[in-house]
Design a protein around this ligand. Structure first.
Ligand code: TPP
Length: 669
């Protein structure tokens, strides 16, 4: 068989697998894989450095299918090149228990680098992957011994380019000159509602050039030589990320559906599948037919992959013998572990140190751990001075210098979250982000995906309540804590003072299988006197008894979080003077508390004590779970207002006195 013939056979194998799987599932997106098959084929068989036998090989090229709806493209490539994804999985596309879900899910299917489907996310994840590669290369590579040296590729679609998050990410990628980031744009002029002429007529070429990208066009998406030449040119553009705009045709080869939106998100139909196969010169039976020549050609990836990884392994052994300490550091980082002694310099606090805003303490913690955690990397969306996210002993990361430790995300919260996810997906880094809590709304899609993927990203949110004061209701979070708590798998922590903040960070750093959101105050809070009160290590259990009614069953339990805890303590004192026995429970994290054994939960919130009052400066939604039917919530069911925070506290009823009167009323006194 000629090379041309073999190429076509392989490409049509991808196309027909996608058609057949979607047809069998009676749902899915056949058009995109059919149009993008040639570029994917060229990339995967001529360029992509990977080892199907070991999807975790650290120096593999990363491939992101940002247009996740085209998942059958990726599943076909994974199966054909020899990943542990048998043909039966493709035949079970989109079915319960299969490893071929509708959209690619990281952690479920070997070789899927990130979960995609929400358009734009994969695009921005790729930027995070490329930042991670460059940062780790700078930190670990030594002359002649590059242990981190790979590309990040993606296939992106019209939808990806339309989403705002891609613009944010592309702007930052261009700014940082991420030369090893190479995106192939499936420029097929079709999205769900029809032609892109309906809503997307911008000049993408000049748009990306304006971002600082190296942009090329391939006019014929079936021209393999042109695609290969463009990828080579993209690799040669070492100081710019690359966009290769490949003019493709959705559902290429389908006589009735090519170039139509009908092929985007529905099976072609039995008849059209037959006609398309005939048109492509393909046997109409059996479905899921994979010619031997095609499989053999794809499976050559196994040998190449083995050789690549072996060469890397040999290089790593040389590296380890020359730089044993760095090699050990690399291993620890790549294993997602913390170096021993990372917490040696964590600060301690006594009341005389206060009052302190928890955001200040968070900044101190970050700076105390940074020297021990060389791959702790993050920053803020242009709020570092407010979020206290700056690592003061270290420089900035810039296009010319990746030796710094401070990443300036710019005012790009959405991409910041998605990029941090990419950094976590790469491995080797402990990523963190920073912004105001109210803008967690701008980051919700990536936070949700971090939770879905179980990524250890630390999301720092300061200015965590209306008590930020004068900036007013646009900046004052009300429903954000509840909204974050609604995300399954996300740990939300709202520490009450300096000591709890240190403990919250300890939780955040040691929690390796999911994201953590820290809600921190702008305003100063007293440092609680731990000689009188319980130790702050109770934070790890989500809630703990901070102050109690001496040796007796409490009449009432006051449950508070963050900046409201010290008010509850004050109220506790006042109630005691009136003969009311109150217990104060500090509850920095619902999620951690819910994970505790029932016995512990009952110890903290004894079922027999039904008089309970929760105090939190946010919507009461959800608190009834903890206060029960007889309990009440002091919360905020309205937007805030612009005023000094002490005025707001009085106006909104967040004072010890108002807590006391609500408690007394609740007790019928
Ligand atoms: C954030 C987000 N919004 C909407 C969708 C639903 N959706 C899936 S694909 C798509 C657009 C399809 O156009 P394109 O990206 O060009 O893909 P193609 O039609 O070429 O397959 C949309 C709107 C989505 N997946 N993610």
């Amino acid at each position: 068989m000629t090379q041309d013939g073999l190429d076509q056979l392989c490409i049509n194998t991808i196309r027909t697998l996608a058609m057949d799987a979607v047809q069998k599932a009676n749902s899915g997106h056949p058009g995109m894989p059919m149009g993008a098959a040639p570029m994917a084929y060229v990339l995967w068989t001529r360029f992509l450095k990977h080892n199907p036998a070991n999807p975790h090989w650290p120096d593999r090229d990363r491939f992101v299918l940002s247009a996740g709806h085209g998942s059958m493209l990726l599943y076909s490539l994974l199966h054909l090149t020899g990943y542990d994804l048998p043909l039966e999985e493709l035949q079970n596309f989109r079915q319960w228990g299969s490893r071929t879900p509708g959209h690619p899910e990281h952690g479920l299917t070997p070789g899927v680098e990130t979960t995609t489907g929400p358009l734009g996310q994969g695009f921005a994840n790729g930027v995070g992957l490329a930042i991670a590669e460059r940062f780790l290369a700078e930190r670990f590579n030594r002359p002649g011994l590059a242990i981190v040296d790979h590309y990040t590729y993606a296939i992106v679609s019209d939808g990806d380019l339309m989403e705002g998050v891609a613009s944010e990410a592309a702007s930052l990628a261009g700014h940082l000159g991420l030369g090893k980031l190479i995106y192939l744009y499936d420029d097929n002029h079709i999205s769900i509602e029809g032609s892109t002429d309906l809503a997307f007529t911008e000049d993408a070429e000049h748009r990306f050039e304006a971002y600082g990208w190296h942009v090329q066009r391939v006019e014929d998406g079936n021209d393999l030589a042109a695609i290969a030449t463009a990828i080579e040119a993209a690799q040669a553009a070492t100081e710019q990320p690359s966009l290769i705009m490949v003019r493709t045709h959705i559902a290429y080869g389908s006589p009735g559906k090519q170039d139509t939106a009908a092929a985007h998100g529905a099976p072609l139909g039995e008849e059209e599948v037959q006609r398309t196969k005939e048109n492509l010169g393909w046997p109409t039976e059996p479905p899921f037919y994979i010619p031997n020549e095609a499989l053999t050609h794809f499976r050559a990836a196994a040998e190449r992959g083995r050789a690549w990884e072996a060469a890397w392994q040999a290089r790593f052994e040389d590296y380890a013998s020359e730089y044993p300490q760095l090699a050990a550091e690399w291993q620890t980082a790549m294993n997602g572990q913390l170096p021993t002694g990372w917490d040696a310099d964590l600060p301690d606090f006594v009341p005389a140190d206060g009052p302190l805003a928890t955001r200040q303490v968070s900044g101190q913690v970050l700076n105390a751990i940074a020297p021990y955690l060389p791959t702790l990397l993050g920053g803020s969306a242009d709020l570092a001075p407010s979020n206290n996210t700056l690592l003061k002993q270290y420089g900035d990361i810039s296009g010319d210098d990746f030796g710094g430790r401070n990443l300036h995300f710019g005012v790009r919260e959405h991409a910041m979250g998605s990029i941090a996810n990419g950094m976590a997906l790469h491995g080797g880094l402990v990523p963190y982000t920073g912004t105001f809590l109210v803008f967690s709304d701008y980051m919700r899609p990536p936070i949700r995906l971090a939770a879905l993927m179980g990524l250890p990203v630390i999301f720092i949110f300061t200015h965590d309540s209306v008590w930020l004061g004068e900036d007013g209701p646009t900046h004052q979070p009300i429903e954000q804590l509840a909204a974050l708590r609604a995300i399954p798998g996300l740990i939300v922590l709202r520490p009450a003072d300096a000591a709890e903040t240190v403990e919250a960070w300890r939780v955040a750093l040691t929690h390796r299988d999911g994201p953590v959101a820290l809600a921190l105050t702008r305003q100063k809070l007293p440092v609680l006197d731990r000689t009188e009160l319980a130790d702050a290590d109770g934070v790890a259990r989500g809630a703990y008894v901070l102050a109690d009614a001496r040796d007796e069953r409490p009449d009432i339990i006051l449950i508070a979080t963050g900046s409201e805890v010290h008010l509850a303590l004050e109220a506790h004192g006042q109630l005691a003077r009136q003969g009311v026995k109150a217990r104060v429970v500090s509850m920095p994290s619902w999620e951690l508390f819910d994970q505790q054994p029932q016995t512990y939960q009952d110890q903290v919130l004894p079922p027999t004590v039904t008089a309970r009052l929760a105090i939190e400066a946010g919507v009461p939604q959800g608190w009834h779970r903890y206060v029960g039917p007889a309990g009440e919530v002091i919360g905020l069911d309205r937007f805030g207002a612009s005023a000094p925070y002490k005025t707001l506290m009085e106006r909104f009823g967040f004072t010890a006195e108002s807590i006391v009167s609500r408690a007394l009323a609740l007790l019928g006194r």
